[in-house]
Ligand binder design. Structure first.
Ligand SMILES: Cc1cc2nc3c(=O)[nH]c(=O)nc-3n(C[C@H](O)[C@H](O)[C@H](O)COP(=O)(O)OP(=O)(O)OC[C@H]3O[C@@H](n4cnc5c(N)ncnc54)[C@H](O)[C@@H]3O)c2cc1C
Length: 266
């Protein structure tokens, strides 16, 4: 028998996370596990704390509550740069439920929204106030206990963010891969570039080799070529029902080139 307990504050919910418990975000993944009888928990904890649903401007960063849904992101004018990313997650019913916090834990090949958070230098805040660089958080997320309260990200300036989700079923299939590229410009050249990929590993990952190769180059076919060639150093993608790892590795440079150069797919 599974029990569900609802708490008004995140602190109360956090105190109840003892023993075999699971935290419920939007439930799009957790309830599926439950309905398949695959759960290893006996109690579900949820919280109606308004702070989880809040989006706060913090100067050059924005703090997004872990309980903010994809639909909320799309409706929020200050997060217009993330709207295409949120729109790429599932269909309307999923987007009404799916949360930012839950997306951090979504298993390969899901996690499209987290790919953008990674490109924007995400910092994860936990219920106990501790903060974790998103890249490190993802590498150890299976061992993380507690509730994520928010994720803070850098805000892009103008048109320096590009996102693309590659899927076999249009327009809303599961990711062959997703790519988020943040290319701030300094003196007319890319500087402090961040490139993140989804579905190219067991969690969303940065391509640090491609990032390095894009520093200061001209964003044209020859300028980005070393970055495309560098991608292979960073990824060893898994096979799944959507695509083999070999296929993903072969097409990743093609999709990064199309994204960076704004090429329209045939
Ligand atoms: C039909 C379908 C289509 C989908 N399409 C996509 C897609 O295109 N792209 C994509 O990325 N995903 C997709 N998903 C997966 C999923 O909907 C999203 O990843 C969603 O963001 C998960 O969030 P959630 O709030 O529903 O998570 P939940 O199901 O509530 O939770 C998932 C996991 O995260 C943990 N968790 C949730 N919130 C917190 C928190 N605040 N602190 C700590 N742990 C937490 C839960 O305990 C659980 O282990 C799809 C799912 C379905 C069923």
């Amino acid at each position: 028998m599974i029990s569900v307990e609802t708490f008004q504050t995140i602190q109360q919910a956090s105190s109840a996370m003892t023993g075999n418990t699971a935290y419920l975000g939007g439930g799009t993944l957790l309830m599926r596990t439950l309905n398949y009888g695959e759960q290893d928990f006996e109690k579900i904890i949820r919280s109606t704390d308004n702070n989880l649903k809040t989006i706060n401007d913090a100067g050059d960063r924005v703090i997004i509550g872990a309980g903010v849904t994809m639909a909320q992101v799309i409706a929020e004018s200050s997060l217009a740069f993330l709207a295409p990313v949120a729109r790429s997650v599932g269909g309307p019913a999923i987007r009404n439920m799916a949360t930012v916090g839950g997306n951090l834990f979504a298993q390969h090949p899901y996690g499209d929204f987290t790919v953008a958070l990674l490109a924007f230098d995400g910092i994860v805040k936990m219920d106990n106030g501790s903060e974790h660089d998103l890249e490190q958080f993802l590498s150890s997320r299976d061992n993380i206990s507690g509730i994520v309260s928010s994720v803070s990200i850098s805000k892009p300036n103008g048109q320096d963010f590009k996102y693309k989700k590659v899927s076999r079923v249009k327009p809303k299939g599961i990711s062959v891969m997703s790519i988020a590229a943040w290319l701030p410009v300094s003196a007319g050249r890319p500087s402090n570039v961040r490139i993140a990929f989804g579905a190219m590993g067991t969690t969303p990952l940065r391509s640090k080799s491609a990032e390095k190769a894009l520093e200061g180059v001209s964003i044209d076919a020859s300028g980005i070529l070393p970055a495309l060639q560098a991608l292979a150093q960073d990824f060893s993608p898994p096979d799944d029902a959507i695509a083999s790892g070999w296929y993903r590795a072969q097409v990743a440079p093609v999709h990064l080139r199309r994204l960076l150069l704004g090429e329209v797919e045939a």
